[in-house]
Design a protein around this ligand. Structure first.
Ligand SMILES: C[S@@+](CC[C@H](N)C(=O)[O-])C[C@H]1O[C@@H](n2cnc3c(N)ncnc32)[C@H](O)[C@@H]1O
Length: 230
């Protein structure tokens, strides 16, 4: 909230984010078209470049035995599909989303892409898995929907194993960011703010890069990655 005092007057301006139920309903309505949106912004391709730069594919492949990856706010599964395409071996995929229709879209799209994914309707603020369950936890364009994105981040870190990788993408301040903010009442997150949140979670090996979302959105998002110290 921004507060300004002018003489005996106090003016305050605060953001009105969409309440969780309303947000889920809005995503339910557009779920059937989300795959087309993902293609328009070339999301899979856009996610692959920072995923590769983060070193996540190599670190997953260096794990012996079962590997478990959670995609928070899975949408129609673009981020999971992008990562699978960078891996030589299969991993165990998990996805959560607050929108039931998005989960149906994820089921269909990931099946067509050859992924088997365990899907649950759940909020990233309350992930229905035990502490230290996953080798990698990721979220693309989800945390900016939260009133306090750092709370979602903390919850993602809770379910991450020590040594596990975190990967997040968030809309950044730009013309694209403003359009998304107006339509979805999201945050546009600066790189400095994202880094502050990651450092607040005591993560190491933090990195970031701007993402290319195609000619429609340019470099409208930033990808951040980090490791949970062992
Ligand atoms: C912009 S879409 C991104 C979908 C997908 N990650 C992608 O990159 O294509 C945001 C997704 O996050 C979901 N979502 C929003 N808030 C959420 C929350 N608090 N917990 C879990 N999912 C959420 C929405 O339902 C939607 O599917």
């Amino acid at each position: 909230m921004t507060i300004r005092r002018i003489g005996s007057w106090q003016i305050s301006i605060s953001r009105c984010l969409l309440p969780p139920g309303q947000l889920a309903s809005r995503y339910d309505v557009i779920a059937a078209d989300w795959e087309r949106t993902a293609m328009r912004y070339q999301l899979e391709k856009a996610y692959q470049q920072p995923l590769f730069a983060s070193g996540a594919p190599d670190s997953l492949e260096n794990i012996s035995g079962e590997r478990h990856v959670l995609d928070c706010g899975v949408g129609s599964g673009s981020l999971s599909i992008a990562l699978q395409k960078l891996l030589a071996e299969r991993v165990n995929w998990y996805g959560i989303d607050t929108s039931s229709e998005m989960l149906s879209a994820a089921e269909a799209v990931t099946r067509r892409a050859g992924l088997t994914i365990i899907l649950k309707q759940a909020n990233v603020l309350s992930i229905p898995y035990a502490d230290e369950s996953f080798d990698m936890v990721m979220a693309a364009h989800v945390l900016e929907h939260l009133p306090q994105p750092e709370r979602g981040l903390e919850e993602m870190v809770r379910v991450l194993k020590p040594g596990g990788r975190l990967f997040i993408c968030m809309t950044r301040p730009s013309l694209f960011g403003v359009l998304i903010q107006m339509r979805w009442r999201t945050w546009a997150v600066t790189e400095a703010q994202g880094l502050t949140w990651l450092r607040g979670c005591q993560l190491s090996d933090i990195g970031l890069c701007r993402m290319n979302l195609g000619w429609l959105a340019g470099s409208g998002s930033t990808a951040f990655w980090a490791k949970r110290p062992t």
